[in-house]
Design a protein around this ligand. Sequence first.
Ligand code: DAH
Length: 343
Amino acid sequence: MTTLESFLSELEAVATTAALRELRSKYLGKKGVLTEQLKTLPSLDPHHRAVFGASINETKKYIEERLKEHEKQLTSKEIKAKLSKEKIDITLPGYYKKPGGRHPVTIILAEITDIFVSMGFSIEEGPEVESDYYNFEALNIPQNHPARDMQDTFYIDSNVGSNRSGDDAFVLRTHTSPVQIRVMKNSSPPLRFIAPGKVYRCDSDISHSPMFHQIEGLVVDKDISFANLKGLLEGFLRKVFGPDVPVRLRPSFFPFTEPSAEVDMGCYFCKGSGCRVCKGTGWIEIMGAGMVDPRVFNNVGYDTNQYSGFAFGMGIERIASLKYGIDDIRLYYEGDLRFLRQF
Ligand code: DAH
């Protein structure tokens, strides 16, 4: 077999670029077959040397060309194989992760907060475990006052059934009104703030939850009147429920306000004609409010000859329920994604 024949038969078996490199060095390398042949030239007589030399060079050239050609084919084959191995099927549907959403209570709370902040109110907070003093006493709800029965209180631990009161006894706050006392004790008028937060009552059914959210509001300054209260709450409710919503104040009672009022708005569902939600009255009770009782001012050391003020308190779930048409308060706390994804 000639050098060329053996090269060609070996070339046929080469299937990778690595094997090709080996073959190249076997024939054309420093110690390759052709290099060795060239080394024999000086020992030949001049005539044979010329013929043999020319033939080696021609073979070398030919081998080089074949190697190049083969390399080209191999490289493109290898690229094709790599591409098909790493192929991604972009027709497969992707994995979709639903983005999280805000809870309806959070949405309404943010909306309400924004409205009051735009009217110059600041935001205050108070503890959820509250002393009897702040939750009741200072708000003019003394021990054994019938108003304590209005709110089914969770007492903390050993206070159950005890007659302890004042700073001694602790409760889960039944409303956000104690924040009024805390802020007034720590600062002086003029005051204008809201206090959102969780409150707790021992009550559970379709419209009551042992934990829910309230927003308290307090304004204290010189010459604050009931008309200011009415104007503010009307403006607020129209921002939340639309510019045409009718608002009315009904006389009511709260120990910490005098006079007190229940604030109603025209039924959001039947527009006042009477339905199941408003129990046929056309009106929906939306919050409690009133002028701060002088006894409360006395408790925090404010001069009632100089200052007056109003307060209000509303349930956030109640407002969210009216806005979104939710008829069972328990839905807010069950964490059911089918419910939560609707907001
Ligand atoms: N704290 C009352 C409640 O939870 C709501 C309330 C009524 C708050 C009248 C007030 C107010 O500030 O003036 O039922």
